[in-house]
Design a protein around this ligand. Sequence first.
Ligand code: DX5
Ligand code: ZN
Length: 214
Amino acid sequence: MVMISPSLLSADFAILGEEVKRITEAGADLLHLDIMDGHYVPNLTFGVPVVKALRPLTKIPFDVHLMVENPDFYVEPLAAAGAEMVTVHVEAARHLHRTLQAIKGNGLKAGVALNPATPLCTLEHVLSELDLILIMSVNPGFGGQKFIPGSVGKVASLKKMLQEAGAAPLIAVDGGMNRETAPQMIAAGADIIVAGSAVFGAPDLKEAIAALRG
Ligand code: DX5
Ligand code: ZN
């Protein structure tokens, strides 16, 4: 069954701890934490200390999405802070294979994210290293943006590429997910739906998560 990973970016930052408890009770499978450094993307969020502070509040695995220029700096600290999955952007990693090995070497699940303009072929030589592939269906940096429709075909092509290669990383999608777009991505092969505004912006978190499962 598809997993829902609510993005904390759309939560109320004044009461982050309460939001983590609320989303846990609402049935989230994972918690998506967007770390942005104001360089790789034109926005700045939070860092490892916040991940560490939130970790004791829930048992849900932490799915960390690094939108930073130097992802290697964060791998070990994130492992120490209790993250389970770390996803780096293929465009940001200077030595992607080395970075993925560092993530796995720290006992974490390794993911790679692709921006809307980044082709699937960038993954070809690292497929065997991957636990997760994150397809961005908006340009990274902000919540609440409009879904880019071509992302559905990209997920379908990725699914086919993985089947042909005999590889089985999970496919996650991030950006503009709501009750109309999520079913299209699930039909195309997505295993994880990341959603910020569609979950935290809803009056009933539990109903919003259930609706995304389709
Ligand atoms: C954007 C982030 C997303 C963001 C998605 O760069 O990676 O995780 O929170 O927000 P929504 O679901 O509102 O598009
Ligand atoms: Zn994200």
